[in-house]
Design a binder for this molecule. Structure first.
Ligand code: DAH
Length: 347
């Protein structure tokens, strides 16, 4: 049995010297020390030994067992060190190499316009709120006093997504859809702007796209009058286009405002003399606006005798085009890097 143990140990030494991976080591551990391993088998056979022999062989078996254990541990450490050294050598970093320059991205011109406007509105006490692009017809039309026969509800104007027994689901055609949502959620007084995408069944060309962008404004409080509307919008125009900018209001019709108007600004390019940007008129149409229709307030549970307000909607795509001299609307949506990189902020 003594010889048997010594042979096993010799075999172990031989095998461990050849082992070159942690997986092989584990196999060796199982083969020698595992429940069905060689040393365990010998130890189980010790019952048959004489009283005198048992402690001697027992001692030897224990010694060999711990030698094997130590051998495995030493070899494991050696292999792990080898693996680490190899990895360190492979992944060596030359700290003297010049660093890689971080490529700076840029704002999409539309997002830049939105961000600039948000800054202006926040400075004037407006809160920025959000609404869904996919909308119920009641928010896009009904609450806005736009009856079922309204032309913009036509299939050829609006993208309908689905219908339910009492309402349609559609891609919103205007950010005005958030007016009723904001009034119902926030109540009055309210002073919010809503930037976002809107959708209309338009053909695509240099000035039209089925997806475009607006920023909606809504202010409702006690004693809000048309002069608040005019004063605020005039100030906004000056903040966007410069102190010398003049504004003019032309009567218009929107269903959710009464009275309604469109506001033009004097051309920021020629100062009103007439040029290519303003198509020689000296004026640029900037937004639609008006005093919130009493029906809109009523439907949102607000007393129109006590509260009044104004609303406005600015088209953002045309504004970005004018501001950055972009001559084709489609460029805004192509995501062509050669175009977008021109709006990069230099280091
Ligand atoms: N929603 C209108 C449009 O898409 C723009 C507009 C006009 C918004 C008047 C308003 C407003 O809030 O008061 O043409």
């Amino acid at each position: 049995m003594k010889e048997q143990l010594n042979t096993i140990y010799q075999e172990f030494l031989d095998e461990i010297s050849k082992a070159s991976s942690l997986e092989e080591l584990e196999k060796l551990r199982v083969a020698y020390l595992g429940k069905k391993g060689k040393i365990t088998a010998v130890m189980k056979g010790m019952k048959s030994l004489s009283k005198e022999e048992r402690p001697v062989i027992g001692q030897l078996a224990n010694d060999i067992r711990s030698n094997i254990e130590n051998g495995l541990t030493d070899k494991r450490e050696a292999l792990e060190k080898e693996r680490l050294d190899k990895k360190l050598k492979e992944e060596v970093i030359d700290v003297t190499l010049p660093g890689k320059k971080q490529k700076r991205g840029s704002y999409h011109p539309l997002n830049k316009v939105i961000k600039d406007l948000e800054d202006i509105f926040i400075g004037m006490g407006f809160k920025i709120v959000d609404g869904p692009d996919i909308e119920w017809s009641k928010y896009n039309f009904d609450y806005l006093n736009m009856p079922p026969e309204h032309s913009s509800r036509d299939l050829s104007e609006t993208f309908y997504v689905d219908t339910t027994p009492d309402q349609e689901i559609l891609l919103r055609t205007q950010t005005s859809s958030v007016q009723a949502r904001a009034l119902q959620e926030n109540g009055v007084p309210i002073r919010v702007v809503v930037p976002g995408r809107v959708y209309r069944a338009d053909e695509i060309d240099a000035t039209h796209s089925p997806v475009f962008h607006q920023i909606e404004g809504l202010v409702v409080d006690e004693n809000i009058s048309m002069s608040d509307l005019k004063g605020t919008l005039d100030l906004i125009a000056k903040k966007i286009f410069g102190e010398d900018t003049k504004t003019r209001f032309r009567p218009h019709q929107f269903y959710f405002t009464e009275p309604s108007a469109e506001m033009d600004v004097s051309c920021f390019n020629c100062g009103g003399k007439g040029c290519r940007v303003c198509q020689n008129t000296g004026w640029i149409e900037l937004l639609g606006c008006g005093m919130v229709h009493p029906n809109v307030l009523k439907q949102c549970g607000i007393d129109p005798e006590k509260y009044s307000g104004y609303a406005f909607g600015i088209g953002l795509d045309r504004m970005a085009m004018m501001k950055y001299g972009i001559n084709d609307l489609r460029l805004l949506f192509d995501n062509d890097l050669r175009f977008l990189e021109q709006f990069k902020v230099e280091d």
